[in-house]
Design a protein around this ligand. Structure first.
Ligand code: NAI
Ligand code: PHE
Length: 355
């Protein structure tokens, strides 16, 4: 993947790229759209095969944030930043990581509020506290410093509401979204996935989990949960597959053999290509578009930090994700399209109204 290929096919407003020789990190900020408000989306810090791959990830994720904000009815645009790390996060000492965060904060500050960041894979509320030493444009500071903390619990709540709506659409369980007795496979036991797994178990589902982190798997196994090897996730028979790790899990080829009835998870950009949504739909597999299902974190951060909502208001709005999805599924049925397309159409209507 190279920048010359990625950027011409991207319809965003701005993409900044910077290299910091002192730490060896690359910094990408993608501002996709400010039509509904300042562009917002988290900071992802991980290792990438190349700078082009980092730019591709940031631009794709930023576009998904525009759609997510529009569908959730939040007054924000879409953006995302990516820090391409020179070594695994765990191998970076405290000073180097703080320097990386300071450089990123300076980049965000230079955009003067056009882009507001927040936590994502590889960054936490504590990291947002560090960014806020340099720039006011970071959501999700820790509760200890007066911030609203991570949006992960809200994301998990919304994802579970989405799974219930998709289960009802698939005619599984009690027909009303109850998941008791259904086999649910959660991929990724991080901040969101671990809570999603708890909610599924509490609701009486038969729970299966997978993670590349051996410690997280061991913890789940010690609680009597069946652990599936990460490479078997898309080959394990289940009722509901919940991708809560990184994106790109399902492409057209995987979709043709995926042995489940519902896909509903937290990961951004779960579908790796345009064919995947069509194949899933043709096979009668109900897919809850990720940018609808995982909006709880955005609702939490924007609700608390921009709109002054209470936690109760955030929870109510997050649970409405289930209702939004029910109407997306109904639209898809009416127009003979995929839920992915129906959700994109909904976002396009909101964006057109704003224009
Ligand atoms: P996290 O970094 O806390 O957890 C990710 C987990 O996935 C880790 O346990 C990791 O070991 C595991 N993992 C990575 N690759 C894997 C693989 N190939 N197979 C199995 N497990 C794998 O991230 P978090 O915050 O839980 O987010 C999960 C996903 O949800 C991400 O894609 C994120 O972008 C998305 N998301 C998160 C939101 C939030 O509020 N935290 C909001 C909206 C989306
Ligand atoms: N990174 C999360 C997401 O993809 C949470 C987030 C939302 C961070 C909005 C910043 C702004 O939804």
């Amino acid at each position: 993947m190279d920048i010359e290929t990625v950027l011409p096919s991207w319809d965003g407003e701005l993409c900044s790229v910077r290299f910091d020789p002192e730490t060896g990190a690359w910094f990408v900020i993608a501002v996709h759209s400010t039509r509904l408000g300042p562009a917002s989306g988290g900071t992802r810090a991980m290792i990438y095969p190349s700078v082009g791959d980092a730019v591709a990830d940031a631009t794709r994720l930023a576009a998904a944030m525009t759609t997510k904000m529009a569908v959730a009815g939040l007054p924000m645009g879409g953006g995302k930043s990516v820090i391409a790390l020179p070594a695994p996060r765990a191998a970076l000492d405290g000073d180097r990581w703080r320097r990386i965060l300071r450089v990123h904060a300076a980049n965000v500050q230079q955009l003067g509020g056009t882009y507001i960041t927040g936590p994502d894979i590889g960054t936490s509320s504590a990291d947002m506290d560090v960014l806020r030493e340099t720039t006011p444009w970071a959501f999700g500071r820790s509760a200890a410093t007066g911030g609203p903390g991570s949006g992960a619990p809200a994301t998990a709540l919304g994802v579970f509401a989405a799974a219930r709506a998709a289960v009802a659409e698939a005619g599984l369980g009690d027909g009303d979204g109850g998941v008791a007795g259904l086999r649910i496979l959660v991929q990724g036991l991080g901040a969101v996935g671990a809570r999603v797994a708890e909610l599924a178990a509490e609701a009486g589902a038969e729970l299966l989990v997978a993670d590349v982190d051996a410690e997280r798997c061991a913890l789940a196994a010690a609680r009597g949960v069946r652990v599936v090897p990460p490479s078997e996730v898309t080959r394990t028979r289940c009722d509901v597959l919940m991708p809560c790790a990184t994106g790109g899990l399902i492409d057209g080829r995987v979709a043709r053999t995926l042995p489940c009835a519902v896909v509903a998870g937290a990961a951004n950009n779960q579908l790796a290509d345009a064919e995947a949504a069509l194949v899933l739909s043709r096979r009668g597999i109900i897919y809850a578009p990720d940018f609808v299902a995982n909006a709880g974190g955005a609702i939490h951060l924007v609700g608390r930090e921009v709109l002054g909502w209470t936690e109760d208001q955030v929870t109510r709005r997050t649970l409405q994700i289930g209702q939004t999805l029910r109407s997306v599924f109904a639209d898809a049925r009416t127009h003979g399209t995929t839920p992915e397309q129906a959700a994109h159409d909904l976002a396009a209507r909101h964006l057109a109204d704003a224009a």
